[in-house]
Design a protein around this ligand. Structure first.
Ligand SMILES: Cc1ncc(COP(=O)(O)O)c(C=O)c1O
Length: 386
């Protein structure tokens, strides 16, 4: 039986757009992550999963998965209330209301910082509540080339001298404790390289530079008396390279477990499409064009055709250049072998990982022998962060 028939048979009639996780593919992705990071812990990037049920499922699947990297303070507090431990905020926050709450009770949460302003605010709050807060410093691992900033604009700490000034300031903040260093090599983890030898060359160059910078930063902080429990790096797209750095203790991974379309375009990643969505065909305007209900779930980042959903199954579907995936209606041309009819479902994959969860309340959990159950998304729990 071909894969399209397999899914249709297992899922039965789906009347409206539905999000589906193929657990067989998902488990294979977990296995791939485990076998490609032999000496490192894996921290889960919650932004790329956006379902508490699934985050817990990953955490209990293997002891290599330890802790989460959250993206919003309200999310971090909520996950802590739900029993999740070792929460590293991946990004600084100026949500003062939630910062008060964390300063009052800093258990299990480590905050990300990279500016003196962050330190001043946090020191003031912790002084007020007489608590000590764990912090992680974010260093900049991007690479500047003539006419190209290879990487992202996040942290300002791009030299050891700037890091030194920052750590000196930290020493003056008695209620703040530096326990970690993070460097996210977005130009390695987030840039596809299968089709471009030039990108692979730039990545190689950048990896060499960032490795020595990260190591220098870690050594400098240690020599300065900071005990770093966490040296965090990478993402799914850099898992193999980041795993080779001795000073790194853990790698953050999220997207690779769902394996959205983006990850089809990395040379060394062997991941299986796990998360996809179905759309019902509701119209047939011409002989070879069908129109679905829903579908315009576009990925974030620089605007690009690749951010639209990609037709998945059956094979032979193509979006129309002039319409793309629409707000309420998505037409596609079809030159495949199925005898598609109005009322049938067809399947698409999202460009990125967790964002699609913002469109659905729950995810069907599918195994080879049928539906195993449902996982609520953050949205399904009434939680919206970014
Ligand atoms: C700080 C940080 N770490 C890691 C990741 C990688 O996560 P993923 O494995 O989902 O690509 C990201 C993604 O943007 C990130 O911002």
């Amino acid at each position: 039986m071909n894969r399209y028939h397999h899914y249709v048979k297992l899922l039965g009639k789906l009347n409206s757009p539905t999000l589906i996780l193929d657990l067989e593919a998902f488990d294979k992705n977990i296995e791939w992550v485990i076998s490609n990071s032999p000496q490192k812990k894996i921290r889960i990037a919650t932004k790329s999963i956006r379902s508490k049920d699934i985050i817990k499922k990953i955490l209990t699947s293997n002891s290599i998965f330890q802790g989460v990297m959250t993206y919003d303070l309200r999310e971090a507090i909520w996950l802590r209330d739900e029993g999740i431990k070792d929460i590293l905020m991946g990004y600084p926050s100026m949500d003062v209301k939630s910062l008060h709450e964390i300063a009052r009770n800093p258990n299990e949460i480590t905050l990300m910082v990279d500016l003196m302003d962050h330190l001043e605010l946090l020191q003031e709050l912790c002084e007020k509540y007489k608590t000590t807060l764990n912090l992680c410093v974010d260093i900049d691992l991007s690479m500047d080339l003539p006419k190209l900033h290879f990487g992202v604009y996040r942290s300002s700490l791009n030299t050891t001298e700037k890091l030194k000034l920052f750590s000196n300031k930290l020493k003056l903040c008695p209620n703040l404790k530096l326990v970690g260093l993070m460097g996210y090599e977005a130009q390695i983890a987030g840039v596809t390289d299968k089709k471009s030898a030039a990108v692979r060359f730039l990545k190689k160059l950048s990896i060499k530079k960032l490795r020595s910078f990260r190591e220098e930063c870690v050594n400098q902080l240690k020599a300065d008396g900071f005990e770093l429990k966490i040296v965090n790096g990478g993402g799914t797209g850099s898992l193999i390279d980041t795993g080779k750095e001795n000073c790194v203790t853990e790698i953050t991974v999220g997207s690779g477990l769902y394996a959205p379309v983006l990850f089809d375009y990395y040379k060394d990643l062997e991941l299986n499409p796990a998360l996809f969505f179905s759309l019902p065909i509701v119209r047939k305007p011409t002989e070879n064009i069908y129109t679905c209900f829903g579908g315009g779930y576009i990925g974030s980042g620089a605007i690009d055709r690749k951010k639209a959903p990609t037709p998945f199954l059956p094979l032979g579907m193509n979006l129309l250049t002039l319409e793309g995936a629409g707000e309420v209606q998505t037409p596609f041309t079809y030159d495949g072998r199925e005898n598609l009819k109005v009322g049938d479902s067809v399947f698409f994959r999202h460009a990125k990982a967790g964002e699609i969860c913002e469109r659905f309340d729950n995810i069907i959990l599918l195994k080879n022998d049928g539906i195993q159950g449902y996982a609520l998304t953050y949205r399904g729990e009434g939680k919206t962060f970014v």
